[in-house]
Design a protein. Sequence first.
Length: 308
Amino acid sequence: MAHEGGTRAIMAALAANLGIAVTKFVAFLLTSSSSMLAESVHSVADSGNQLLLLLGGRRARRVPDETHPFGYGRERYVYAFIVSIVLFTLGGLFALYEAWHKWADPHPLEGRWWWVPLVVLAIAFVMEASSLRTAVRESDAARAGQSWPSFIRTAKAPELPVVLLEDSGALIGLLLAGLGVGLTLLTGDGRWDAAGTAGIGVLLVLIAAVLAVETTSLLLGEAASAADVAAVRSALVGDGVASVIHLRTLHLGPEELLVAAKIEVTADDSAADIAAAIDAAEVRVRSAVPIARVIYLEPDLRRTAPSS
């Protein structure tokens, strides 16, 4: 369900960004505004990012094989990390370069098309706001009452946080571009346009840094959420399992969890009793946490008192 919501958010963002990129680039050709050029490259980069996320989601659905026995779920993390790099290199650095170039050689917006950037920015703002609304609606079901910063930090599916940050950054970038273009039109000083472009570049670099940090953590391998760990621990105990000696969890993908645990059995249990207890524990765990698809349980005797 989370993947389906992420796909809908990606498609809405992709449709918006493709249309916006074209209109922004036309506005740049008519006015030579560096803010409009930076914003058009921003939208092109965002469109490429969404295509990468869709590709990552498709490749992650491949079935496990001998080379990758735990499947390909982490490809979604790989492509989300690539997105952060693309956003940084194509978006942020290009905008900063354009700002430096325009600051060194400022010129006002001239000609009869001076009003085009303002109209384009207004249209783009409406389209980006619509895309962000879709991402927010799809994220509401997944964040379960968390604050938005907490959701972005802890989400195991990368698509929704990426689209949320992209769309939020796009709206702020449009405001910065509008401010730069508006002040350039009012003052005739092209350095305001350069300042708006620089603001867009810094914004994109910051977003890329946040995405890189969060996706790196996912690539390294994150444990299940505290709630899921507690549910797994509780589900393991019963029907021949006296307690959990230790428990480890690892996300193989956003919707696939590896559970490895050493469980306490009694010394007088037969091999058949232990096997039945393990089978029953696996059923309980999968019922409590459906994404726990790979489970390894090691029976043992407790040699020390259980910790409180």
